[in-house]
Design a protein around this ligand. Structure first.
Ligand code: NAD
Length: 439
C-alpha cells in the first residue's frame, strides 16, 4: 500500500465514458437527472459527490469543503453515456416506459435522452427468464460475444472521443447461481468462455470485456458478476478498481440505518418481517423465484452482519428474519415496503416498530449510479486496484477481499468512505477521539 505522500491522482482530463449494460428504469432516471442538473432545473439530491461536505482537521478549524471541491472528480458536463439493452428503445422511450419521471419533466430532456440508443446486448434467457428482447448479438461462442463487446467499447471510444471509461451494470437481476470451477482462475474463465460454459452469465461477459479493455467495473445488481476469484485476478492484473453488488436503496437502506441504532443502544430483536410490492420491470423479473433468490440472499445477510448475534446472544440469537417481494403491476415504480420489527428492551419487555416506506426505487438508485461512476473514475486515476471496499456504502452486498466479512453498517461505511478520501489527499483521518480531556 502506498503511503499518503505518494498517492498521485491524475487530473480528470477529457471526457468520461459511462458504459451501462441495461438501459431501463435506473439508467434512464440517472441520465434524465444528470441532464436536468446540467440544465439547472433540478438538484442532485442523494448524491454525496455533488452535495456532501467533508470535515477536515479539528472541529475548530472550520474546514468542511464539498467533496467535489476536495477531490478531483469528473464534472457532469464531461459524462458521455452509452450502453446496451435487449430492447431497442432509446433512453427517452425507456424512461417513458419505466414511468418513474413525469412526462413533463422528460420532455425537457428529450433531445439528449433520445440521442442515446442502446447497442445490441449479450443476452441469455436462461439467466433472465421473464424478458424476451430481440436486440441481441446472435451466434458465436461466449468468447466471440466478449470480443464483440470489446469492439463496441472501442467504437464507442472512437466515436465519442472519451479519454476514460467506466462500466456499471444496471441490467436485470440474473438467476441465482453459485461460483463453479470456471470462476476460480482467469485461465479457467477464458477457457470457459471459449467452450460456452453454462456457468458464465451475460453480466460476466460484459465485465470481462470491460476489464480486458482497461475499464473499471461496478455492479448494481445482486448477480455474482465480478464477485468471483477470476475477476479479482483480472482486476489486479490490469490494475483496475471493481466494486459491487446491488445498489443499497429502499428497504435495505432503511435496515442498515435503523439496525445499527438499535444495536448501539443494546436493544434486542425478536423478529423483522419485510415485505414489498412493486410493479416495474425489475419487479416482473424478481417474480421469477430463481431471480428472487439472488436478491433474497443479499437482503437477508445484512442484519446478521450488523447485529453480530455471536457476540450478543442475549439480544440477537435466533431472531426471525423474512423478506418478501411481490410483483404488483398497478404500483409501477412506486414501490411500497413494509417492515414490522419486534424489539425488546429493559427486562425483556416487547415493543414494535412499523415502517411503511412509500419509496421510489429508481429515484434512490440514480444518485448512487452517479457517485459510483465518479468515485470509480477517481479510484482509477489514483492507482487503486481490486475490490474497492470504501464504496460499500452504496451496496446491499458489498464485495470484500477473501476471508473478510462485509461491513453493512451505513455509518461505518460512510466513515470509511470519507476517511479514504482524506487518506487519498494526505489529510488526517478522523477518529472522533476526544483527547481534549487531557489538555
Ligand atoms: N433502487 C433500484 O431500483 C435498485 C436497487 C438495487 C438494485 N437494482 C438493480 O438494478 C438493476 C436495474 O434495475 P431497473 O429498475 O432499472 O430494472 P429495469 O428492468 O427497468 O432495467 C433493466 C434493463 O436491463 C435490460 N437487460 C436485461 N438483461 C440484459 C443484458 N444481458 N444486457 C443488456 N441489457 C439487459 C432489460 O431489458 C432492462 O431494460 C436490476 O438488476 C435491479 O435489481 C435496482
Amino acid at each position: 500500500m502506498p503511503t499518503q505522500d505518494n498517492v498521485r491522482i491524475a487530473p480528470p482530463q477529457g471526457k468520461l465514458g459511462v458504459l451501462i449494460p441495461g438501459m431501463g428504469a435506473v439508467t434512464s432516471t440517472f441520465v434524465a437527472g444528470v441532464e436536468a442538473v446540467k440544465a439547472g432545473w433540478a438538484q442532485p439530491v442523494g448524491s454525496l459527490t455533488q452535495m456532501a461536505t467533508i470535515r477536515l482537521g479539528k472541529r475548530t478549524e472550520g474546514r468542511s469543503p464539498r467533496i467535489k471541491d476536495f477531490v478531483p472528480l469528473a464534472g457532469l458536463d464531461d459524462l458521455v453515456i452509452g450502453g446496451w439493452d435487449i430492447f431497442e428503445d432509446d433512453i427517452y422511450e425507456a424512461a417513458l416506459k419505466a414511468g418513474v419521471l413525469d412526462k413533463s419533466d422528460l420532455e425537457k430532456v428529450k433531445a439528449p435522452l433520445a440521442a442515446i440508443k442502446p447497442m445490441k446486448a449479450v443476452f441469455d434467457p436462461e439467466y433472465v427468464r421473464r424478458l424476451h428482447g430481440s436486440h441481441v448479438k446472435e451466434g458465436g461462442s461466449k468468447m466471440d460475444k466478449a470480443q464483440a463487446l470489446m469492439q463496441d467499447i472501442r467504437d464507442f471510444q472512437k466515436n465519442t472521443g472519451v479519454s476514460r471509461m467506466i462500466m456499471i451494470w444496471c441490467g436485470s437481476t440474473e438467476v441465482h447461481h453459485n461460483p463453479t470451477e470456471v470462476h476460480q482462475t482467469l485461465e479457467a474463465f477464458e477457457r470457459g468462455l471459449a467452450q460456452n460454459d453454462p456457468g458464465i452469465a451475460p453480466s460476466q461477459i460484459y465485465a470481462y470485456a470491460a476489464l480486458k479493455m482497461g475499464v473499471p467495473h461496478a455492479n448494481g445488481a445482486p448477480n455474482l458478476t465480478c464477485d468471483v476469484p477470476a475477476f479479482s485476478e483480472l482486476a489486479r492484473e490490469r490494475q483496475l478498481p471493481i466494486c459491487g453488488k446491488d445498489f443499497k436503496t429502499g428497504q435495505t437502506m432503511m435496515k442498515t440505518i435503523l439496525s445499527p441504532g438499535l444495536k448501539a443502544r443494546m436493544l434486542g430483536l425478536r423478529g423483522w418481517f419485510s415485505t414489498n410490492i412493486l410493479g416495474n420491470r425489475d419487479g416482473e423479473v424478481l417474480d421469477d423465484p430463481s431471480a428472487f433468490k439472488t436478491k433474497e440472499e443479499t437482503k437477508l445477510s445484512v442484519l446478521e452482519y450488523i447485529l453480530q448475534p455471536e457476540l450478543y446472544p442475549q439480544l440477537y440469537k435466533d431472531y426471525y428474519h423474512m423478506v418478501r417481494i411481490n410483483y404488483y403491476p398497478p404500483r409501477g415504480d412506486a414501490k411500497e415496503g413494509w417492515d414490522n420489527i419486534d424489539i425488546f428492551g429493559w427486562m425483556g419487555y416487547p415493543m414494535q416498530i412499523k415502517i411503511d416506506f412509500l419509496c421510489r426505487d429508481s429515484i434512490l438508485a440514480a444518485p448512487i449510479v452517479l457517485d459510483l461512476v465518479l468515485f470509480l473514475d477517481l479510484a482509477q486515476r489514483a492507482g487503486m486496484k481490486g475490490i474497492q471496499e470504501w464504496l460499500s456504502f452504496y451496496f446491499k452486498a458489498p464485495m470484500t477481499a477473501p476471508g473478510l466479512y462485509p461491513e453493512h453498517d451505513i455509518f461505518i461505511q460512510l466513515m470509511k468512505l470519507k476517511n479514504t478520501l482524506r487518506w487519498m489527499k494526505g489529510e488526517d483521518l478522523i477518529t472522533h477521539l476526544g483527547l481534549e480531556y487531557y489538555d
